[in-house]
Design a binder for this molecule. Structure first.
Ligand SMILES: [Zn+2]
Length: 182
């Protein structure tokens, strides 16, 4: 296995309802066709893709160097989210992606960091190129709470709101105890 030191996030720049009703495997096959037939690459450029419903589909095998960021494919894993059409680099994750994608991406990143302890960084394509991709600020997304606790469209899991409230309550208590200087 090659050494992995970084995970880089992308999006497919497709509309939210792109190929709705098709399976994740069919969507992956279409992206693979863009990369192989369109770009002339030997395989799809990303190692994983995450569908709108949170389904994670493997792309290029992890052992193989991907094709997703010019000059930074060595030592990195590329993960792409379906969606992100019309996004900007400074947008919020929830502007273009679903809570299911948020949960799946966080879980996948956590799993990969466990498998590859040398991973020192999770970043976005837009940190290395003048592009919107993945259509949000990765540092802000990582620092933020799971999207499930944000008031966004889409189904909200039952456990999310109480967790968010509990955190807010705890923060309020700490702020009172120590004197809020924020
Ligand atoms: Zn990208």
């Amino acid at each position: 296995m090659r050494e992995i030191t970084e995970i880089i996030l992308h999006c497919t720049a497709t509309r939210p309802d792109w190929w709705a009703g098709r399976t994740s495997a069919e969507k992956l096959a279409e992206v693979r066709r863009w990369h192989v037939t369109g770009n002339g690459w030997r395989d799809i450029g990303y190692h994983y893709l995450i569908d709108r419903d949170g389904t994670v589909v493997p792309g290029r095998p992890l052992e193989q160097t991907g094709a997703h960021v010019a000059g930074r494919n060595t030592g990195t894993i590329g993960i792409s989210l379906f969606g992100g059409h019309g996004s900007a680099a400074s947008d919020a994750f929830s502007d273009h992606f679903t809570p299911e994608q948020d949960r799946a991406l966080r879980a996948l990143v956590q799993d990969l960091r466990r498998r590859f302890p040398a991973v020192a960084r999770v970043s976005g394509h837009n940190q290395y190129a003048a592009k919107a991709c993945p259509g949000f600020s990765v540092p802000q997304w990582i620092a933020g709470p799971a999207q499930a606790s944000a008031p966004t469209s889409g189904p909200t899991p039952v456990a999310a709101a109480p967790a968010g409230q509990a955190f807010g309550w705890l923060f309020g208590l700490l702020a009172r105890l120590f004197g809020a200087r924020t």
